[in-house]
Design a protein around this ligand. Structure first.
Ligand code: HEC
Ligand code: HEC
Ligand code: HEC
Ligand code: HEC
Ligand code: HEC
Length: 335
């Protein structure tokens, strides 16, 4: 009971504020459903991916200790004393110092932001706050400019689209509440949870990209369109992502006729990791954009096109010493 009262004090801003404000598990004692979704989400696991952990020493070697500190500061902002992105990072964010690079302003003790007017039933203050439901909140972290060659301009991509809606990112990313969801696997989750996360990722990919085999000026053509994401596909950590199209014509195979993950190079050629790259070329498919490949097919030959995606490309896993790690393969056939 005492813990609860102290927490209520903190939440109501009664001056009992400490550096370790309400942690997710404290909110979770009452909001169990949201807590469970968050725990299984990338926000709830923002420091535990083996890829993230394995990259950190390489970041330090390539770009210095300050660069490494920047990775950690965004993945583990520590707003409420959480080791990951906790509830208060969003629910007590009152604004930012520019919407990029994780520059959120979080005020422990501020009323908890909600989309709805307060009902008066909460043991803590609740308030609506425009910033809370804006793309700017998400974009403060989902717009990364450095360190090094690491750039993730998701907010810029979103703002460049005509699909950008008043409902910000939430219209597409809150269908399943606090799971949010994307390509990234749920590392280390129990098999059943991992399987359903993979199924959700596949549905999302199919929602984002349409793959068709169509006639263009009399020639069979494979066409890939970003019809469902209000940003590039992939977006974010594109240096890790592997999204590609394989085509079969009769018995002949044409692997990787399109590749969407970023291309990384140094002076000598293609490299596996962002920390080794001196040049990064984005190959993401912008919102509403299409890419086409003319199929060298003779009349009557069967054409089969398949979209495939993995959150972490094989070369990167090998370079990080993580070969053998389970990264699910997502597949969508042309229709
Ligand atoms: C002691 C229990 C308790 C704790 C701890 C608690 N809450 Fe609440 N919260 C409630 C209750 C009860 C409501 C009112 C629900 C209603 O009006 O139907 C509420 C309302 C809310 C709302 C508004 C819900 C809506 O539908 O608009 C949000 C958002 C919220 N809480 C988030 C949090 C967060 C984040 C934390 C931790 C920082 C937290 N709560 C801690 C009990 C709690
Ligand atoms: C990445 C930002 C973010 C994080 C982290 C986050 N929330 Fe939310 N939460 C939101 C947004 C945005 C909404 C409103 C979405 C809407 O209604 O469209 C919301 C809605 C809610 C609601 C209202 C009921 C509902 O489910 O819609 C509650 C309660 C809540 N959050 C509690 C929590 C708790 C508890 C945590 C931590 C375990 C948490 N949130 C973490 C962004 C976040
Ligand atoms: C300003 C915030 C910010 C900074 C700084 C940042 N990241 Fe991220 N990172 C993100 C966001 C947002 C995502 C989610 C985008 C996605 O999944 O594609 C992400 C995703 C990732 C992922 C994929 C998910 C995972 O955990 O495996 C890795 C790996 C990663 N970041 C590593 C790094 C490294 C290494 C650095 C430092 C060089 C860094 N990040 C700096 C915000 C940041
Ligand atoms: C405090 C910084 C922060 C805020 C605020 C934030 N995110 Fe994130 N988000 C991250 C980081 C970091 C990751 C990657 C975590 C990981 O996988 O290691 C991430 C992951 C994600 C993913 C999963 C990506 C994947 O590849 O699976 C989605 C989707 C997402 N965020 C959407 C949102 C939306 C929508 C909002 C606004 C409601 C939001 N985020 C607010 C930092 C943030
Ligand atoms: C019109 C719907 C829509 C809107 C609006 C939208 N997204 Fe997405 N987003 C998607 C779809 C569909 C995917 C799945 C494609 C994928 O995984 O690349 C996705 C994937 C993602 C991913 C995972 C990317 C990856 O390649 O791993 C992140 C991170 C993300 N969105 C963040 C955001 C943020 C932040 C916003 C707001 C600035 C936003 N999204 C707005 C539909 C949307």
């Amino acid at each position: 009971m005492r813990g609860l009262l102290a927490l209520a004090g903190v939440l109501a801003g009664c001056g009992v504020e400490t550096a370790t404000g309400p942690r997710a598990e404290q909110c979770g004692t009452c909001h169990q459903a949201q807590y469970a979704q968050w725990q299984g989400s990338r926000h709830g696991q923002s420091t535990s991916s083996p890829v993230f952990t394995a990259l950190l020493p390489r970041v330090e070697r390539a770009w210095g200790a300050t660069a490494r500190a920047r990775c950690v500061a965004c993945h583990q902002p520590g707003h409420g004393g959480d080791e990951t992105i906790g509830c208060v990072s969003c629910h007590q964010a009152i604004g930012n110092r520019g919407d990029a690079n994780g520059a959120l302003v979080v005020k422990l003790g501020a009323p908890i932001a909600s989309r709805h007017e307060p009902t008066g039933h909460a043991p803590h203050e609740v308030a609506t706050r425009g910033f809370f439901t804006s793309a700017s909140l998400c974009g403060t972290c989902h717009e990364v400019r450095g360190p090094g060659h690491l750039d993730e301009p998701t907010l810029t991509e979103y703002r460049a689209t005509t699909q950008a809606t008043d409902d910000s990112c939430l219209g597409c990313h809150f269908d399943e509440g606090h799971r949010f969801g994307g390509l990234e696997p749920s590392w280390g989750a129990p098999p059943e949870e991992a399987t359903s996360a993979t199924a959700r990722a596949r549905v999302l990919l199919e929602k984002a990209l349409r793959l068709e085999v169509v006639l263009v000026n009399g020639a069979w053509t494979v066409r890939l369109t970003n019809r469902g994401a209000a940003h590039g596909v992939p977006t974010g950590m594109t240096s890790l992502r592997d999204v590609w199209v394989d085509v079969k014509v009769g018995a002949r195979e044409f692997p990787r006729v399109m590749e969407l993950g970023a291309r990384l190079e140094d002076e000598a050629g293609v490299v596996a990791l962002i920390t080794d790259a001196t040049r990064v070329t984005s190959r993401s498919l912008a919102a509403q954009a299409s890419r086409e490949w003319t199929v060298p097919a003779s009349p009557g030959e069967k054409i089969e096109a398949t979209l495939r995606a993995r959150a972490v490309r094989e070369e990167a896993l090998v370079a990080l010493g993580l070969d053998g790690a389970e990264v699910p393969l997502l597949e969508v056939r042309a229709r």
